[in-house]
Design a protein around this ligand. Structure first.
Ligand code: FAD
Length: 525
C-alpha cells in the first residue's frame, strides 16, 4: 500500500491507530525526520519512551533550573547551515538563539581561544600553537577539507554509496574539481600530522585530540581525516545556544511539529515492530499497512517506519526481521568502540561564573594522560539573563567528559555512589581553573553517568554519541539509513554521518528524502 499524500491534519486524530510513517524515538534525529515528513503532507506519529522529547540533546528541570542532559550547543543552525535548512524547509519560526563567538581551550600550559571568525582563529592558532611553514601548510590542508566537505554536507551528501544514483549525487555535492580530495578518505588525522612533521608537538596534537574526541569520539591516530577536519571546524560552522538551552529549543520544535498536525506520543516506549508483509512465506495482505508498532499503550499501523533509536535498540525492537539481521555485523564490529559520558549539572549564584568573556570552555589537565575521565571536559554556562535556564541571579552550568563504559559496570550501589561522587568533584575542581569559586554555594549539584543515560534514554550500557569513528566504521562503512527491509529506515547518531546535532539533522534530511521518493508509488512495492 502506498503512502497517502492526503493532507493529514485530521487523519492522525481521526484514526489514532494508523499513520503513514511511524517514527521511533523522539530525539533530534527522530523529531527532525518526522517534522520534515509531516511538513511534506504525510501523517506521522513519533513514539518517545521518555516523558518529553529530546533524548541525548534533551533537558531536565530542577529547582527552577533547566539543564541540558547532553548537547548544549546546536551546530550549523546559522543561515545556510544544515540546521537552518531544517527550519526553513519545514516552515519553522526562527530560533530564539545566539551564535557563540567561540570558546576557550585551556591546555596544561596555554590558553587558546577558538574564535568563530576564521581570520581571528587563524591568527590565534599560529600565535599559540606554532607559526612554521609546516603549521601553515597543515592548517591550509585542514581548512580546504573542511570547506569542501562542509559544503558537501550542506548539499546533502549520501553515504554509504549504495547505488549509481548515490554516487552521482555525491559527485555533484563534492564538485568535480574537488574530486582529488576524496583520496583523503583513507587517511587519519594522525597521518596528516605526520606528513607535515607535526605529530610530535604536544600542544597542537592535544588541542586537535580534544576537538576530535568531542566531535567524532576518536583519537587523532584513529579518526578519519575528513571527519576530523569537519569536527575541528564546527565552531566555524557555528555553535548556537538557544534561549532556555535545549529546553527552549525543544519547546519551539515540538510546538511547530504539533501545529503541523504531528502526533508526538511521550511515555510511549516501543516494544516491538512487526512487518505485516510475511516475506518468508511470500504472503502479502493487500491493502494492509506494512508495519505494526507495538507499545504498552496500544499499537499503531504504519506504511513505513523510521527508527531513530540507537542501532542496538532498533535491532531489539525489530527482532526477527531483516532489519535486525542486517544490523548484527555492525553491532558486533562497533561494540568495542562505544563510549559513555559523565556530566555535572550545577545551579550556581551568578558570581561563581563571573569574570569570563566566553560562556563555553574546554579543559585538559595533562598532556601525558589519555583523554577522557576529566582530562578533556566541555563546560557550558547558560547566558546571563537567560531566565528559562536559571532563576534570576543564577546560572546553569554543565560540565561533561567522556568515560569508558567498562568502569561503570558491575559496581555495587556503594561503589557506584563513590565513583560518581569522586568524578563529579574532580570535574568541578578542574573547572575552578576557569571559575575559581564554582560550586561553593551550589543550589543544585547533580551528576549524570552512563547509568543515568541508560535509565533516561534507554541506551544500552548508557553508551552515548554513536561509535568512535575510525576508517573501518565510518563513511562508506557506516551503518546505512536503508535497511534490508523496504519501508523501514534508520537514522540517528549510530548511523551515518554519526554523532552530534548537525549529523542527526543531516541524516533526517536524507532519510526523509528517501521516504518521500518512495511515497507516490508505495513504500512497500
Ligand atoms: C554529554 C553529551 C554532550 C553532547 N554535546 C553535544 C553538543 O554540544 N553539540 C552537539 O551537536 N551534539 C552533542 N552531543 C551529541 C548529541 O546530543 C547526540 O548525538 C544526539 O542528540 C543524538 O540524537 P539521536 O536522535 O540520534 O538519539 P537520542 O537523542 O538518543 O534519541 C533517541 C530517543 O529514543 C528514545 N527511545 C529509546 N528507546 C526507545 C523505545 N524503545 N521506544 C521509544 N523511544 C525510545 C530515547 O528516549 C531518545 O529520546 C552530546 C552528547 C552527549 C551525551
Amino acid at each position: 500500500m502506498g503512502i497517502s499524500r492526503t493532507p493529514t491534519l485530521t487523519r492522525t486524530r481521526d484514526l489514532p491507530g494508523r499513520c503513514d510513517v511511524a517514527v521511533l524515538g523522539g530525539g533530534l534525529a527522530g523529531l527532525a525526520t518526522a517534522l520534515r515528513l509531516q511538513a511534506a503532507g504525510l501523517s506521522t506519529v513519533v513514539f518517545e519512551a521518555h516523558g518529553h522529547a529530546g533524548g541525548c540533546a534533551g533537558y531536565f528541570r530542577h529547582r527552577g533550573f533547566s539543564f541540558d542532559v547532553g548537547a548544549t550547543t546546536l551546530v550549523d543552525f546559522a543561515p545556510g547551515g544544515v540546521g537552518d535548512e531544517l527550519l526553513a524547509s519545514t516552515g519553522a519560526p526562527a530560533l530564539d538563539a545566539e551564535q557563540l563567538p567561540g570558546y576557550v581551550a585551556w591546555l596544561p600550559d596555554r590558553v587558546v581561544t577558538l574564535h568563530r571568525e576564521q581570520s581571528r582563529w587563524h591568527a590565534e592558532r599560529l600565535r599559540t600553537l606554532g607559526d612554521s611553514r609546516a603549521h601553515r601548510r597543515f592548517w591550509a590542508e585542514l581548512d580546504l577539507l573542511a570547506e569542501v566537505f562542509w559544503a558537501a554536507s550542506r548539499s546533502g551528501i549520501r553515504l554509504p554509496v549504495r547505488t549509481p544514483a548515490d554516487a552521482l549525487h555525491d559527485l555533484r555535492a563534492v564538485g568535480l574539481r574537488n574530486l582529488p580530495l576524496v583520496r583523503h578518505l583513507g587517511r587519519t588525522m594522525g597521518d596528516a600530522l605526520r606528513a607535515h612533521g607535526l605529530r610530535g608537538q604536544d600542544s597542537l596534537v592535544s588541542l586537535l585530540g580534544m576537538l576530535v574526541e568531542d566531535t567524532v569520539h576518536s583519537t587523532v591516530d584513529r579518526a578519519p581525516l575528513i571527519n576530523a577536519a569537519l569536527g575541528v571546524t564546527i565552531r566555524g560552522a557555528g555553535l548556537t545556544r538557544h534561549r532556555g538551552g535545549m529546553h527552549g529549543f525543544w519547546r519551539a520544535l515540538v510546538t511547530h511539529y504539533r501545529a503541523l498536525g504531528g502526533d508526538l506520543r511521550t511515555g510511549c516506549r516501543v516494544q516491538r515492530v512487526t512487518d505485516r508483509q510475511d516475506s518468508l512465506l511470500g504472503r502479502r495482505r493487500h491493502g494492509d499497512p506494512g508495519f505494526t508498532v507495538h507499545t504498552a499503550r496500544g499499537s499503531v499501523d504504519a506504511d513505513a517506519v523510521v527508527s531513530a533509536l540507537p542501532a542496538p535498540v532498533t535491532a531489539e525492537v525489530a527482532a526477527g526481521t531483516p532489519v535486525a539481521a542486517g544490523l548484527r555485523r555492525y553491532l558486533v564490529r562497533d561494540e568495542p568502540d562505544l563510549g559513555g559520558a559523565v556530566v555535572v549539572f550545577l545551579g550556581v549564584p551568578e558570581h561563581e561564573v563571573a569574570g569570563q568573556e566566553f560562556t563555553h570552555h574546554q579543559l585538559m589537565q595533562d598532556y601525558r594522560r589519555p583523554l577522557g575521565e576529566g582530562n578533556n571536559m566541555f563546560v557550558s554556562v547558560s547566558s546571563p539573563g537567560d531566565e528559562i535556564s536559571a532563576p534570576p541571579g543564577h546560572r546553569a552550568v554543565m560540565i561533561s567528559t567522556h568515560t569508558e563504559l567498562a568502569g561503570w559496570q558491575g559496581l555495587s550501589e556503594a561503589e557506584y555512589a563513590v565513583r560518581k561522587r569522586e568524578i563529579g568533584q574532580r570535574l568541578v575542581e578542574h573547572t575552578r581553573r576557569v571559575y575559581p569559586r564554582l560550586g561553593e554555594q551550589a543550589v543544585v549539584w547533580q551528576v549524570g553517568t552512563p547509568r543515568s543515560y541508560e535509565r533516561f534514554t534507554w541506551r544500552p550500557q548508557g553508551a552515548v554519541g554513536g561509535v568512535r569513528q575510525t576508517l573501518r566504521n565510518s563513511n562508506q562503512f557506516a551503518v546505512p539509513h536503508r535497511t534490508g527491509l523496504p519501508g523501514f529506515w534508520q537514522v540517528g547518531d549510530t548511523t551515518w554521518p554519526g554523532l552530534g546535532t548537525v549529523a542527526c539533522v543531516l541524516g533526517s534530511r536524507l532519510v526523509a528524502q528517501d521516504v518521500l521518493r518512495h511515497a507516490p508509488t508505495g513504500v512497500r512495492s
